[in-house]
Ligand binder design. Structure first.
Ligand code: ZN
Length: 239
């Protein structure tokens, strides 16, 4: 193939890689943010059982202190009973103790169901904990992979940049100017292949005569539609 054209195609490869790398520099940090956001949401969601467990724990100790208070009340009432003078007062105190014992019974029943629920939840909390650990490991691995990729972007770009500079030395300046101008107007693609009369840059047909010339002549031609520098490539032949 024409030597200058070969060089241009290689330059185009470098430029396309550089565009890809600079896109990566923008999207990879966004990917990391998304991973972190997703993991945060997962972590938040899986907390439900633990939150319930903690609430019940608090209710449990509240109930325990209620019982303690009731017991202290009963002891005090019993002490006062020893000094009571008349029967009416004595009966009232007995009634007081009876009421206190009833409400203590209710609190105790409540504690039993709280303890049952705590048992049930503690199994779930343990399970959630394992799931969360596993998900966290997965999140950290995925994040590391993307971070590694991001860290490689700059050195990869430097490599392509250097390769490009080497190639450019062997391309006549006017051709470089032509390539850059066309590339700028065509979303980063200045040179493209043509196959079966179709320009692979703009996907339009080129005239048959031009198609013949592109295949035969040593000259550099442009696509009449998109202006990109075109070269013939047999897409059915392995490169
Ligand atoms: Zn075209």
């Amino acid at each position: 193939m024409k030597e200058k054209l070969m060089l241009l195609i290689k330059i185009q490869e470098c430029d396309s890689q550089l565009v890809k790398l600079s896109a990566k520099k923008k999207t990879l940090p966004e990917d990391i943010e998304k991973l972190t956001r997703d993991f945060g949401a997962f972590e938040e969601g899986i907390k439900a059982n633990k939150t319930k467990y903690d609430e019940l724990k608090a209710r449990h100790s509240e109930s325990e202190s209620k019982i303690k208070k009731i017991n202290e009340g009963i002891v005090k009432t019993k002490e006062r009973m020893l000094e009571v003078k008349n029967n009416k007062e004595y009966q009232a105190m007995l009634k007081e103790i009876e009421t206190a014992e009833t409400s203590r019974g209710e609190v105790e029943t409540g504690i039993i169901s709280i303890l049952d629920e705590l048992d049930r939840l503690s199994v779930l909390v343990k399970k959630d904990d394992d799931v969360l650990k596993e998900r966290k490991t997965q999140y950290e691995q995925e994040k590391k992979t993307v971070e590694d990729e991001l860290n490689a972007v700059d050195s990869d770009a430097a490599d392509w940049e250097q390769k490009r500079n080497e190639l450019q030395k062997n391309i006549p300046e006017d051709l470089m100017v032509r390539y850059e101008k066309v590339k700028k107007r065509n979303r980063g693609i200045g040179v493209t292949s043509v196959w079966k009369s179709v320009c692979n840059g703009c996907h339009m047909n080129i005239p048959p005569q031009l198609y013949n010339e592109v295949q035969r002549s040593e000259e550099l031609f442009s696509c009449p539609n998109c202006n990109r520098i075109i070269y013939f490539q047999d897409m059915e032949k392995p490169a």
